[in-house]
Design a protein around this ligand. Structure first.
Ligand code: SAH
Ligand code: SF4
Length: 389
């Protein structure tokens, strides 16, 4: 952890203002140990788990499989906490964005994107991000801290609250898929992300299968194997450039883990095969990475890796140093990739009216003053120095 990421902040508390311990975010084993320590039988933890993660209960009073005196005793010592919703925005296209405030005042966002046959929740893993990808607004935020497992799971629970999905139907769920594509780099907060995803995948709870969960990374090479082995979720890699020269500039993490190492880690990602491909995200930046030659180089680079390529039109934000590629450039690029045999859907920007698109989370629709612009440059320089230092 570096100076920026250890900002003195406290997360969703393990203990609330009334001195009650939060049960959200404990693993099954931890919950069992907790109940045993509280003088209850082990199977009480199973019952609690079911109420908390299958039924979405936040009040012990409704947990009727437990005797009334047990419920009363639990309510004195424990709580099932949710973050505070400070904003709940709905786009004309159905996309919904929640701005959630943690007790330390830090805010993160989750976005729900409904589609015809499914609904995807985009979940954040950190407040801000220690990395400084040049096209990403999150990278310009000064305060960074990891979210706890409780805060990550709570984003899913909150979406379920809002969409009325307790218990979730087996088919046709509104929250059927999860992408770790919100704010932050999930592989820099691996322990908490892993713990949260295991809770989310648990069959007697939220029960979203690993096949419906995708973790997106900017390329934290040393953590990729472990992520594949332990969680076996789908992997998405933010590639965005096909040469080290350009990737070093737009994604400074490339200076630490260059393309060759990243591509090797993708090739060796556990469980990857033709039925389970790696998604390569490629943000289309005008005049930078969007030429037909880039498209051909991309195809060459990914040769032999079961891959999907997701072309993302750049979402501009105030002060962003780049522009979105033209529709024509995106189409020509996509055609080349397609002819080489890769599915290459262009990600339709969703929720633009509520600033819910990639890399825009928490950005404001305002013009920056010169001082603010200078401040952003300063933050980027500080974070970069830490990355290379
Ligand atoms: N830190 C992880 C997870 C964030 S995912 C990662 O970088 O993979 C968010 C995705 O949106 C990433 O692919 C990111 O590169 C992309 N993105 C960020 N800013 C964007 C912008 N302004 N326009 C389009 N895509 C952007
Ligand atoms: Fe962080 Fe991902 Fe944004 Fe890069 S693209 S700054 S890794 S959130």
């Amino acid at each position: 952890m570096n100076a920026i990421s250890t900002a003195a902040l406290s997360p969703l508390p393990r203990i609330d203002a009334e001195g009650r311990k939060n049960l959200v975010g404990l693993s099954r084993e931890e919950l069992e140990a907790e109940m045993l320590g509280f003088g209850l039988e082990k199977f009480r933890a199973r019952q609690l788990w079911h109420w908390i993660y299958h039924r979405g209960a936040t009040d012990f009073a409704v947990m009727t499989t437990l005797a009334k005196p047990v419920r009363d005793k639990l309510a004195e010592a424990y709580a099932v906490l949710r973050p505070t919703v400070v904003r709940d925005l709905k786009s004309t296209d159905g996309t919904r964005k929640w701005l959630l405030r943690m007790p330390d005042g830090q805010e993160v966002e989750s976005v729900h994107i409904p589609e015809e046959d499914r609904g995807t929740l985009c979940v954040s893993s950190q407040v801000g991000c220690t990395l400084t990808c040049r096209f990403c607004h999150t990278g310009t935020q000064r305060l960074v801290r990891n979210l706890t497992a409780a805060e990550i799971v709570a984003q899913v629970m909150l979406a379920r609250d809002a969409l009325g999905e307790w218990p979730a139907p087996p088919d046709g769920r509104m929250v059927s898929n999860i992408v770790m594509m919100g704010m932050g780099e999930p592989l820099f907060n691996y322990e908490n992300v892993a713990k949260a995803l295991k809770i989310v995948m648990d069959g007697d709870g939220i029960s979203i299968s690993k096949r419906r969960i995708t973790l997106s990374t900017s390329g934290v090479v040393p953590m990729m194997k472990r992520c594949g082995e332990e969680l076996n979720v789908n992997l998405a890699v933010s590639l965005h450039a096909v040469t080290d020269e350009l990737r070093d500039i737009i994604m400074p993490i490339n200076r630490k883990y260059p393309l060759r190492e990243l591509i090797d880690a993708c090739r060796n990602y556990p469980g990857v095969n033709n039925a389970r491909r790696i998604t390569f995200e490629y943000v289309m930046l005008k005049g930078l990475n969007d030429s037909p030659a880039d498209a051909r180089a991309l195809v060459n680079l990914l040769r032999g890796i079961p891959a999907k390529i997701n072309l993302i039109p750049f979402n501009p934000w105030p002060g962003a140093p780049y522009e979105r590629s033209t529709d024509r450039a995106i189409q020509v690029f996509g055609d080349i990739v397609n002819h080489a045999g890769y599915a290459s859907p262009v990600r339709t920007p969703r929720g633009e009216d509520i600033m819910a698109a990639c890399g825009q989370l928490k950005s404001e629709s305002m013009k920056l003053t010169a001082a603010e612009r200078a401040r952003i440059q300063e933050v980027i320089a500080e974070k970069d120095a830490e990355l290379t230092g």
